[in-house]
Design a protein around this ligand. Structure first.
Ligand SMILES: Cc1ncc(COP(=O)(O)O)c(C=O)c1O
Length: 458
């Protein structure tokens, strides 16, 4: 039990005193009581928030309390909660047909969505797409496709990576607390250190750091795995669960060259960083480094389970018929939700909004950083911004005590935030990008005040 600290219910059990004195529980407390009795403990719980309805950047809980949402359902509602055109598209499709299985009876919403994805996320001269339901499933399929395309088996991944919880995705995921006692894991997976400049630069500048990390990458061909057997390298250009760590520009360029040199597929996992979060459809567009295959989910569907594997046509077509697919791949309801989401993102220019939202967050948090040695770093691209807590301003000394206090204090004061990072010492902001300036400033004020309190408490 101790290992699963993030899912221990203790803090959320209504105080014993309340039960003893028969104090009436709030609706939220009652819901948590029912959750505790009916839902397996292993299903993680981040905080005590509940929801009755949600719109834009606001969640109204089952007691009628309004909360500003800085978590966006873990990066799923970049276009906001319940965008009207998306809800309308779902309603309309529900009145036509819900399911035929795309393998069995072809439907237009699937093809429409693939065409839209090809237009905004071109991979080389000709691009093709396959749809699935979750980010982990997209990763599973990307690996299968890369293996079939290269006829090789080994996969290189990174420390602090997160790729999901199915067996292959969990094997690729780095953080041990996500995978206690779940092995044996998939074979032929090899891990390289992620080039985390903030944590590991010591006294090197960016160029020296990248040179050393690329040397390590090239050495992997000598000391980690035979490069002639490597099918793919999978990387999050900006790590999500790992703490919003951006890969250095030159490292990503060097990685591309290494893959080209050895005939390796470069897979970029954009499940968290995609769909406007960084001010682009995918963060690789920010870097200008093109993958062979890339994966998307989360904000693609505004909350409906839809994910995509996008890649160079010749690579995507290397998968044998029947080797990729499933009953629910690209459900028509999810396809129309995703197509409407993309159209809505274009209509309101969400990529531009992301940059504005990000600038506001960055400047307020950077000001706060100047006042506290415990805030080691404020970083991010577009609106994918995080704040890292350390002891004495030292990047090698993560402070794991501060974030849980902030998350708890924030929810009590009307703001939902999420932590991240291998040491749980990073706060990440994933607010809907349609958040109004007033809501954003108010949320940031709550956050700043809880950060100040938590720092004083340690
Ligand atoms: C980068 C990345 N890849 C894959 C996944 C897994 O996605 P899902 O939870 O939809 O399976 C996540 C989820 O957080 C993610 O952040």
């Amino acid at each position: 039990m101790k290992k699963f600290e993030f899912c221990v219910f203790k803090p959320y059990i209504p105080e014993f005193r309340n039960l003893y004195m028969k104090k009436k529980l709030t609706n939220s407390e009652e819901l948590f009581e029912r959750r505790k009795n009916a839902v397996a403990n292993g299903v993680g719980v981040f905080n005590t928030a509940t929801v009755h309805k949600a719109k834009g950047a606001i969640i109204t809980d089952v007691d009628g309390r309004e909360l500003i949402d800085f978590s966006g359902g873990i990066g799923v509602v970049n276009a906001g909660h319940c965008p009207e055109p998306v809800v309308e598209a779902i309603r309309e499709q529900a009145g036509k047909y819900l399911h035929t299985s795309f393998n069995v009876v072809t439907y237009e919403p699937y093809i429409d969505l693939c065409e839209q994805l090809i237009e905004i996320l071109p991979h080389g001269d000709k691009t093709k797409v396959m749809l699935v339901s979750t980010g982990a499933e997209a990763v599973e399929n990307a690996i299968k496709i890369a293996r079939q395309a290269t006829k090789r088996s080994a996969i290189l991944c990174f420390t602090d990576a997160y790729h999901g919880r199915t067996m292959m995705a969990m094997t690729l995921t780095s953080k041990i607390s996500y995978k206690y006692d779940c092995g044996p894991y998939a074979p032929e997976i090899y891990r390289l250190p992620f080039p985390n400049f903030y944590r590991y630069r010591r006294n090197r500048d960016m160029d020296e750091f990248v040179k050393d990390e690329l040397k390590r990458l090239h050495e992997s061909a000598l000391n980690l795995v035979d490069v002639k057997n490597v099918a793919a390298i999978i990387i999050e250009p900006i790590q999500g669960e790992g703490g919003f760590n951006p890969a250095p520009q030159k490292y990503l360029e060097g990685l591309r060259q290494f893959c080209d040199q050895h005939g390796i597929m470069l897979i970029m996992d954009e499940v968290q960083s995609g769909f406007c979060r960084t001010g682009h459809w995918a963060s690789w567009q920010h870097y200008g480094v093109q993958p062979d295959i890339s994966t998307y989910a989360k904000s693609l569907g505004s909350g409906l389970p839809i994910a995509a594997v996008v890649g160079k046509a010749e690579v995507m077509d290397a998968a044998a018929i029947g080797s990729i697919g499933g009953t629910y791949i690209g459900s028509p309801i999810c396809c129309v939700a995703a197509s409407a989401t993309i159209q809505y993102m274009k209509d309101i220019n969400l990529n531009e909004k992301a940059v504005k939202v990000g600038n506001i967050i960055r400047s307020r948090l950077q000001n706060l950083m100047k006042q506290h040695a415990e805030i080691g770093d404020v970083r991010g691209i577009g609106a994918m911004i995080a704040i890292e807590f350390v002891n004495d301003g030292d990047p090698s000394q993560p402070n794991s005590e501060i974030c849980p206090q902030i998350v708890k204090g924030c929810v009590e004061n009307g703001l939902i935030v999420l932590s991240a990072g291998t040491y749980k010492n990073v706060l990440r902001i994933l607010s809907p990008l349609v958040i109004t300036e007033e809501q954003l400033e108010k949320g940031l004020s709550i956050l700043e005040s809880e950060i100040e309190k938590a720092i004083q408490n340690i």
